[in-house]
Structures are given as C-alpha cells and as structure tokens.
Design a protein around this ligand. Structure first.
Ligand SMILES: Cc1cc2nc3c(=O)[nH]c(=O)nc-3n(C[C@H](O)[C@H](O)[C@H](O)COP(=O)(O)OP(=O)(O)OC[C@H]3O[C@@H](n4cnc5c(N)ncnc54)[C@H](O)[C@@H]3O)c2cc1C
Length: 461
C-alpha cells in the first residue's frame, strides 16, 4: 500500500496520540516504574523496594519520613549477610550525605556524615592528624552501616567502632531530629550506638580517634594447635592479632599488626594480596581432594609449608583494610574471650569428623568489652569466630552444624551475618535487651523501621 507524505504524517500523529492516551501497550510499559532489584554483596539477600530515596540533608529526610506511606529500611553499602536491609517498602540511602563535617584537634575527635564511605575516612582523618583507633578487615562499609551492626576489627585492647562514638544525630520515624551523647538523652544515645537501623536514621557521628599512626603487618603460617597453645602471649603482646584457620588442614595464618615509625613499604606489582592468593589452593584442594580427605589434608599442609609473606608498613587504614574479591556468605558468633580456644577446637573437630564441605578459612579475633545494650561485646571481652562459605555453595549444612557449637558457648551472633536466632533466644543473651527494646518502642511505636527479619529479632508481631 503506497502512502502519500501527507497520509504518512497523519497516521504517525494518530499513533502518537494513541500512545500518549495510554491505549498503546508499549507506551504503558515504558511509563511503568522500572523494577530495580536490590542485592547485598554476597547476592544472598535481595528485594524489590517500592520506593528509593536519597536525601541531601536532615530537613529533606525528616519531611520524607513524615510523608512516605511505606515502611523504611536504611541501607549502607549492602555488606551485611543477614536480612537486615531487604524491604518491599522504601529503601533509604545516605549516599548524598557523606564526608568529614568537623574535627577537634585537642580531643582527637571528628564528626562525619552517616553515609560516609569508610574507605574515605582514613585519608580524611590523616589530613587533620588523626587516625581511627581500630578498623575492620575491609573498609567498603558506610560509617552508619558499620555502627548499626557493631562492626569490629581485632585486638583485645579495642572495642568495635560503636564503642568509639562520642555523640550522634538520629532522625526518627516522626521526623524528630535528636542530637544525643552520654549527657544528652543518654538512653537514646546508648541504644543508637548499635541499632540495626531500628530506631531511625543516623545522619551524623562523632568519633573518638587518636593521632595518625602507621602499622606494620606480619603474617606467618603456623600449626593451629601451636598458636592456640601460645594464645595469651599472642593476644597480649600484639596491638592487633588474629588467625585464619585453614579448614581441613593443620595450619593457620597468624597475622599481627603493630604500631611503627618505619617508612611505608613501596607497593610493588605482583606483591602479596594479604593471603588472598592462597584461597586458590584451598579451592583446588577442595575440588580435587574432597573425596580423599587424607590426601587433601596432606596437600594443604604441603602448601602451608611454602607460604611466605612480605612484611608491610603503611598508614593505619591501609594496613587494616584488605581487598575481598572472592564473594562468600558468613556466620560469626562472639563467645566470652576465655572460651575462644575451646570453641574453636570444637569447631575444627566437628568439621573434620563430619567432613563438612567448606574450603574457606575460619577467622578468629578478639574484641574488648563495651557497655552498649545490644552490642555483641556488651559486658564481656570477646572472641569472634567467623565461618565462611563461597557464595556459589549452600551454607546451610555447614553453618547449621557449627551454630549449635556457638550456642553451647553462649555465643552472640554478629547482627550483620547469618544466624537463625530470634527474640526468644536473644533476650536471654543480652542482659540489657529490654533497655534497647523500650527505646525502640518509644521512638518507633508503629514499627516504621522494621522489616520481617527485625520483627523476628525484636519479637514484634
Ligand atoms: C567482605 C566483608 C568483610 C567484612 N568484614 C567485617 C569485619 O571485619 N568485621 C565486622 O564486624 N564485620 C564485617 N563485615 C560485616 C559488615 O561490616 C557489616 O555487616 C556492616 O554492617 C555493613 O555495613 P554497610 O555499610 O554495608 O551496611 P548495610 O549492610 O547496608 O546495613 C547494615 C545495617 O545498617 C543499617 N543502616 C545503614 N545505614 C544506616 C543509617 N544511616 N542509619 C541507621 N541505620 C543504618 C541498616 O539498616 C542495616 O541494619 C564484613 C562484610 C563483608 C561483606
């Protein structure tokens, strides 16, 4: 059928009018809200939020909180393994509220926006002559996200990040902006230092730091039993000490970090990746030796004998933080510090006896007690033991078998990592549990900041 130019224009106009009027299915599809799936770092948690919001300041945030009809989950960098973030309501990010706000040179304190990426904090603090007292083993988190789950590093003289908070700002479900510290609204302050984002949105945090410093990292591979026999001196004599136990072998990597005035080590191409390269051997040993446990152990022990690590010196934040580019899922419990060795030995024995399928190392660290109602370290020096499974493998059998051992030792689960406890069990693990739940009920009586996971943790129907 031949069309004149005039006829063609007329038909195109009719089609455009049809589309604009909603009668054209493609136009309707284009107008429909884009489905944007949210996933955590490991990929095990996901959701499709009805709304996403990124305020530029507290005023905008408070107005939005008062107006949104949805329940709200704040999200940081999505580096939690547990279901603390997923929501079919609104997902709130402070990605536009980042950076250093102010600092106090005399007290070595600094205030940051809650959405600050932790990877940017070391350099920003160095500029003003400060350094964080301790850091976790990665710095991909946001500040408020890390505080919400009591994220920690290692070193019996150091608490979690939350234990270094000297003041914070919280925006509540009703849009109230609360500045709190040990003197001003102390009950809110204590609860908000570790809150799982259940009290409101933490928009500012003041941290106690120290003068900027350098660290030297030393790594060696030793027999796990020898390290356990020397545990007291390793923990006491190093500023930070941890071990990574190679599962299905007799060895562990012993890692110590101590303060130094030495010049930073030049970063060379092909330099050690902090032990990450040995994950390759562990995976291969699992792939080819799983059905021959004796041979697998012999191979892993042989590789351990060749392991060699360069010492590294750098600015504190450069040495604390590692690159983790092999994705995994994780469970971690903190047991009383003195129970650490017995708990670890039982875990290793169970993995060996039941030939549990895993090839990731077990991380073993120490953390100083704090006084934060639902911090894992409340009231007791602790030993944190973490087990990992590659993201592509099921973790259920492995984590299920080991979780029972953690319970025997009165373990408290890391809020950001996988576990199966709910309010029934958690209340008895935390002597100050009700202090937290009362503040939560007072600040958010409608449960605007709860998702299914948090409801089960706090026993809210
Ligand atoms: C590779 C890897 C290594 C890790 N290493 C360690 C480690 O060494 N030590 C350790 O303890 N943990 C570690 N973790 C766990 C991780 O530190 C925590 O789960 C942390 O909470 C993640 O921070 P995030 O910014 O990704 O927050 P998300 O995971 O996005 O959120 C965590 C919690 O913070 C809340 N939240 C986020 N922003 C706000 C806000 N502005 N106000 C109120 N609540 C908020 C969320 O609602 C949620 O409850 C590791 C995780 C991974 C993936």
């Amino acid at each position: 059928m031949a069309l004149t130019r005039r006829q063609l224009i007329a038909r195109m106009s009719a089609l455009a009018a049809l589309a604009a009027g909603g009668g054209w299915p493609l136009a309707a599809t284009a107008r429909r809200k884009r489905i944007m799936v949210w996933r955590n770092w490991s990929g095990a948690q996901q959701c499709v939020p009805a709304e996403r919001f990124a305020p530029g300041d507290e005023m905008e945030l408070a107005d939005w909180l008062r107006a949104t009809p949805y329940s709200v989950r704040p999200v940081g960098a999505g580096h939690s393994f547990s279901a603390v973030v997923p929501t079919d309501g609104a997902l709130l990010t402070l990605a536009r509220m980042q950076g250093l706000i102010s600092h106090d040179a005399d007290k070595h304190q600094a205030e940051f926006h809650g959405g600050t990426a932790m990877a940017t904090m070391g350099p920003a603090l160095k500029e003003v002559g400060q350094g964080m007292l301790n850091m976790a083993d990665i710095d991909y988190q946001t500040l408020a996200g890390a505080l919400a789950t009591s994220t920690h590093g290692t070193g019996i003289g150091f608490g979690s990040y939350s234990s270094n908070i000297t003041g914070l700002r919280l925006v509540t479900a009703g849009g109230e902006v609360i500045d709190c510290d040990a003197d001003n609204r102390p009950e809110v302050f204590n609860a908000a230092c570790v809150s799982l984002g259940a009290l409101g949105v933490v928009t500012r945090v003041r941290l106690q730091n120290r003068s900027a410093f350098r660290l030297k990292e030393r790594m060696s591979v030793e027999k796990t039993e020898d390290l356990l026999d020397n545990i007291d001196s390793l923990v006491r004599e190093n500023r930070h000490w941890e071990m990574q136990v190679v599962t299905h072998s007799d060895y562990a990597a012993s890692i110590s970090l101590n303060e130094t005035d030495e010049e930073p080590t030049p970063v060379e191409e092909g330099a050690s990746e902090g032990g990450n390269e040995y994950l390759y051997w562990m995976q291969k040993a699992d792939q080819y030796g799983r059905d021959a446990p004796g041979a697998r152990r012999a191979l892993l022990n042989l590789v351990a004998g060749f392991a060699d690590f360069e010492e590294r010196v750098g600015e504190s934040w450069e040495i604390y933080a590692n690159v983790r580019d092999v994705r995994f899922n994780e469970m971690e419990y903190s047991v009383p510090a003195e129970a650490g060795p017995a708990c670890l030995r039982e875990i290793i024995q169970t993995i060996n006896e039941q030939q549990l399928h895993t090839w990731f190392p077990i991380e073993y660290r120490y953390i100083k007690a704090d006084e934060i109602p639902i911090s894992m370290f409340e009231g007791r020096d602790s030993c944190a033991i973490s087990i990992h499974q590659h993201y592509s493998q099921s973790w259920h059998e492995y984590f299920g078998a080991i979780e029972k051992i953690f319970w025997k030792y009165e373990g408290r689960p890391h809020w950001g990592k996988l576990h199966s406890l709910n309010a029934r069990h958690l209340g008895s693990l935390y002597p100050r549990w009700e202090e937290f739940t009362e503040v939560r009920q007072a600040l958010d009586p409608q449960g605007k900041f709860l998702n299914g996971h948090l409801r089960s943790l706090f026993g809210v129907t």
